[in-house]
Design a protein around this ligand. Structure first.
Ligand code: SF4
Length: 690
């Protein structure tokens, strides 16, 4: 008999879908679909996950622990199957030896959002590394800049509920490819448009969402800060601001008003590539339409001034009082609603019991290459990678790979497939997918907390991250009771929070209902987080922060460095591919076809003798990337767009697009500047592009 089981999509996506899967008596899954009863999932999935069972049952799934034989970094390296006891004993012995010889900070965990599950992503693993005294990882690679910016301005990572977008009369998707990366917001936008709303897109690339919009504004990469200040300039000059809201709920307005006076439409037009009349139009329509919603996404914060850009965009609904209205405001993230008891879950106090006896040093994951190659006192001698594939996704990847190749670096990788990074591992451990383990899921695009139990049996000898770190803790001789905690124990600990948003939510209720709306407002009453102020900054007001918002073009932009611009005149945007998720689906051949292209404007292509479909090379001082040219007006002149990310080992020359990107950090939150990147494009030699 077939049963229907509940699960939750664990991919790094704001939608965090509620899933249903048919499972037969033998435990075989079929028919994976979106839960029709979930208020945001609404019965459909994106294309990448609708076919997830292909991945689940793929013949290349890792089933047993492996030990590498032969040199590091060879895709066809020979692997020897070993038992779990041998694998865990080897890892424990090596970590102990590393700690004894170099100190525990010579051990570095490296993980990110390969799963969004709270337990498999940040629970027993954190306890293990804290007890060890290992270096702490600053998890900056994707969203830390935007998150830090919201915290500085709003004091909370809160935003509009997706359900409220239907009430908006104007929706601006700012750096947000809704159809590609947030598709469950789309039905709400469709409904708003059916009721008469306008839908505008601000993005350097005219992607699918831009093509479906009423208007698309092709802003230059990294100039969002200038645009937001230019809009403020026009709004204030015309007296369209909401003085009552500003006076009651903000701090630093006078300085912000003074700063924005410099950002005249003509100056801003020069930086943004929009014409002054377009900037005037955006400001006028936005300020005069109530309610208006901004869906800001993380692309905007991936440039050198990305943090300031987020703060300046977040100032617009404050300036105009949009937050007062149902359907007005901004959404970058809703994750601040999920205020788990993190200390209970991750137990940072265990560091006091480590040989270090104190808080360990913090290493920024965006700078992994430099950390592996240059860090001393102590150097990184052991690396444990899980929920991530840094050889593919980290910037400046030539440096990352050079570090991973070090013969004196002991590397363990917990994985479902032999990824680019696994090719450099000494030991690979097979891990479960989200369909095979228990987890608790927050979301960053809605306010529903979800729990999932294993829907399918784990294949072969695969184990969950939680189980692996629990076993490793025993091998290391850690006796603290927290290493015996079950998944249920940890869910209860996570929910044991003082936050009113988690009031009334228990494991039992999640077990019963699978998905529970946070206690952010009464059922049926919209959550308007800042309608009456309620900002959670130290002063209890929205902080304009004018002193940090002054626009100066990034070093790597067409305006930032004359010398670089001459050598590398094109700006690279390596934004998310619509049909894959970072490197998670790198084993799919069609991902290579989708991502192995560069969209280049006909003007730029003609100037270089490039025709549609030509094999081309993108290059800069950091590296090179071979792909096919897609000559299209989707990329504005001066911009090249590459969908990201494929596995480097299946790309020509074994080179991924992150050969080109920089590990320089953003202005706030120490994030990655993937979209501050200058390149040149040229025809590739036939032998180069294979
Ligand atoms: S990737 Fe996003 S849209 Fe696709 S199923 Fe997962 S949560 Fe839903």
């Amino acid at each position: 008999m077939t049963t229907v089981r509940h699960s939750v999509c664990a991919l790094d996506c704001p939608d965090t879908c509620s899933l249903l899967i048919n499972v037969d008596e033998a435990g075989q899954g079929s028919k994976l679909r979106g839960n029709p009863d979930h208020p945001v999932t609404r019965g459909f999935l994106c294309g990448k996950v609708a076919r997830y069972l292909e991945r689940e049952y793929h013949p290349d799934r890792l089933l047993y622990p492996l030990r590498r034989r032969g040199p590091k970094g060879e895709a066809q390296a020979e692997w020897e199957r070993i038992g779990w006891n041998e694998a865990l004993d080897t890892i424990a012995a090596k970590l102990k030896q590393t700690s004894d010889e170099f100190g525990p900070e010579a051990i570095l965990p490296y993980s990110y959002a390969g799963t969004m599950g709270t337990l498999q992503g940040s629970s027993m693993d954190r306890r293990f590394f804290h007890r060890l005294g290992a270096s702490r990882l600053d998890r900056t690679i994707c969203s830390s800049t935007g998150g830090a910016a919201l915290m500085l301005s709003q004091g909370a990572k809160l935003g509009m509920e997706p359900e409220q977008f239907v009430h908006a009369k104007l929706i601006i998707a700012w750096g947000a490819n809704v159809l590609g990366t947030n598709v469950h917001l789309w039905p709400f936008i469709v409904e708003a448009r059916r009721r008469g709303a306008k839908f505008w897109v601000i993005d350097p690339v005219k992607n699918r969402t831009g093509r479906a919009a009423d208007r698309h504004f092709a802003v230059n990469p990294g100039s969002d800060l200038a645009l937001a200040l230019g809009l403020a300039h026009i709004i204030l000059k015309n007296g369209w601001e909401d003085r009552r809201y500003i006076d009651a709920h903000t701090a630093g307005f006078a300085d912000y008003e003074k700063l924005s006076a410099d950002y005249t439409p003509d100056r801003v037009a020069e930086w943004t590539g929009l014409c002054a009349c377009e900037i005037e139009e955006i400001a006028r329509v936005y300020a005069q339409t109530k309610p208006a919603a901004i869906r800001l996404n993380y692309g905007v914060q991936r440039s050198e001034r990305g943090g300031a850009a987020v703060r300046a965009v977040a100032a617009l609904p404050v300036l105009t009082g949009q937050w007062r209205h149902e359907g007005g405001g901004l959404q970058l993230s809703t994750s601040g609603g999920f205020q788990f008891n993190r200390a209970g879950l991750e137990q940072p106090d265990l560091q006091k019991l480590s040989p270090l006896g104190r808080e360990a040093r913090l290493i920024n994951m965006t700078e992994l290459g430099a950390e592996l190659l240059e860090r001393t006192a102590p150097p990184v001698k052991a690396l444990v990678v899980y929920n991530s594939n840094p050889a593919a996704i980290a910037p400046n990847s030539a440096r990352v790979v050079a570090g991973l190749k070090r013969r004196d670096l002991f590397t363990v990788v917990l994985e479902q497939f032999l990824t680019d990074t696994a090719d450099y591992a000494d030991i690979v451990l097979p891990v479960t997918t989200f369909l095979e383990h228990t987890d608790l899921y927050l979301a960053y695009g809605h306010y529903y907390l979800q729990m999932a139990r294993p829907a399918l049996p784990a294949p072969g000898e695969a184990k969950s991250n939680v189980e692996i770190f629990r076993l490793l803790a025993k091998r290391m001789g850690f006796r603290e009771p927290c290493f015996d905690d079950s998944e249920d124990d940890m869910i209860r600990q996570a929910l044991a929070s003082e936050s009113p948003f988690l009031e009334g939510i228990t494991l039992e209720r999640l077990e019963r209902e699978h998905s529970v709306r946070l206690s952010i407002s009464q059922q049926g009453v919209p959550f308007l987080p800042f309608a009456d102020g309620g900002f959670a900054t130290p002063v209890g007001k929205f902080e304009f922060g004018a002193e940090a918002l002054k626009y100066a073009p990034a070093a790597e932009s067409r305006f930032g460095s004359a010398e670089l611009k001459l050598r590398f005149p094109l700006e690279l945007i390596s934004s998310k591919n619509d049909d894959s998720m970072n490197s998670t689906f790198g084993h799919r051949a069609e991902v290579d076809a989708q991502t192995g292209v560069a969209e280049i404007n006909p003007v730029d292509a003609a100037a270089r003798g490039i025709m549609d479909g030509d094999a081309i090379r993108l290059r800069n001082d950091r590296g090179q990337y071979f792909c096919r040219a897609r000559v299209a007006v989707h990329a504005k002149p001066g911009v090249v767009r590459v969908p990201s990310t494929r596995w480097a080992k299946t790309a020509p020359g074994g080179l991924g697009v992150n050969q080109l990107t920089s590990s320089r950090l953003t202005d706030i939150g120490g994030g990655a500047t993937f979209y501050s990147c200058l390149v040149e494009a040229e025809l590739a030699q036939p032998t180069e592009s294979r």
